[in-house]
Write a protein that binds this ligand. Structure first.
Ligand code: GUN
Length: 301
């Protein structure tokens, strides 16, 4: 009988690494204040009443403030319109005290996402979603790397997981995660240099790709999608999913699970990120890093 080799699975602790990074940023913010009297400021725009978005925005604001930055949030009702959001963005674009502008996604259907993102000053686009910043990243000249891909590269780097030369499979092709991940990890740079395959909803037989992958990044938004029979022994699994599934034992009535069937992976893969406590906290830490970098960038303009 074939017996699967039992691998000791390392848990990649995003909570711990993100708190290290936030500490580093807090020190940098304090130096910037002492030496130049500049305090980075982040403005977050939230449209509509998606409960998860409300939680994310509150966490972003709280984390920015606890790193010593200024952070404000601005809320629009889902009955408002694109023009009014752009008016506010223009006000922030022209306000020298505002360094970072972020519009929380997804937006309600009646808002024009592209028009809104394109109206953000590219030097204040700390989400890295403006076409100028997307273009710079794809040319290998990153200005702002979107926070989730940036966080994943830090997680791999700070856990000494070798990316160079690896077969990497990304599942999902969103503008916010899958596409910038691919643009980042193909870069000619010793921290990247991966052979990247992007699978998506129209890909045939995804297992054919994932079974050959050294690193798999799951960003599809389907609870427990990636099972252990789709991955090879000794691979590294990064779970970007945050899915709410109902759970009567919780006060909130739900619990969070990733895109990866976590339990089944233990003993088979080399390393894995948990949900929660993996990629999620890194996203916030890297947003703060981008906001700090935005303040530096704007000092020279
Ligand atoms: N929604 C989920 N993740 C993100 C993010 O990183 N940035 C923005 N703006 N919206 C999101």
């Amino acid at each position: 009988m074939y017996v699967e080799e039992c691998v000791k699975t390392k848990l990649i602790d995003g909570k711990l690494i993100s708190s290290d990074i936030r500490l580093e940023i807090t020190e940098d913010v304090s130096k910037l204040k002492n030496e130049y009297n500049i305090v980075p400021k982040l403005c977050v725009i939230l449209i509509g009443d998606d409960p998860a978005s409300h939680v994310y925005v509150r966490n972003k604001q709280k984390s920015a403030i606890s790193a010593g930055m200024y952070a404000e949030d601005y809320k629009f009702s889902e009955n408002d319109n694109t023009e009014n959001v752009i008016k506010l963005i223009n006000k922030f674009n022209n306000d020298k005290t505002v360094n970072g502008i972020l519009v929380q996604l997804p937006l309600p259907e009646n808002f024009d996402k592209d028009e809104i993102i394109n109206s953000i000053d590219p030097l204040k686009d700390v989400d890295g979603l403006h076409p100028h910043n997307v273009g710079l990243l794809s040319l290998g000249q990153p200005r702002f790397i979107p926070a989730t891909p940036f966080g994943i590269s830090e997680l791999l780097n700070r856990n000494n997981i070798k990316v160079e030369g690896s077969n990497m499979v990304i599942i999902g092709r969103s503008n916010i995660v899958g596409i910038p991940l691919a643009n980042l990890f193909v870069q000619k740079n010793k921290n990247f240099n991966a052979t990247v395959t992007v699978c998506h909803s129209r890909s045939k037989n995804i297992s054919e790709y994932t079974l050959n992958a050294d690193i798999i990044i799951a960003a599809i938004g389907q609870a427990n999608y990636l099972h252990s029979d789709m991955v090879k022994s000794g691979s590294v699994i990064i779970d970007v999913g945050i899915n709410r599934i109902s759970d009567d034992t919780k006060k909130s009535g739900f619990r969070l699970v990733g895109d990866v069937d976590f339990e089944s992976m233990i003993g088979k893969v080399d390393a894995i990120t948990p949900v929660p406590g993996g990629v999620g906290p890194m996203t916030i830490a890297m947003l703060l890093k981008n906001t700090f970098n935005a303040a530096l960038l704007q000092m020279n303009h």
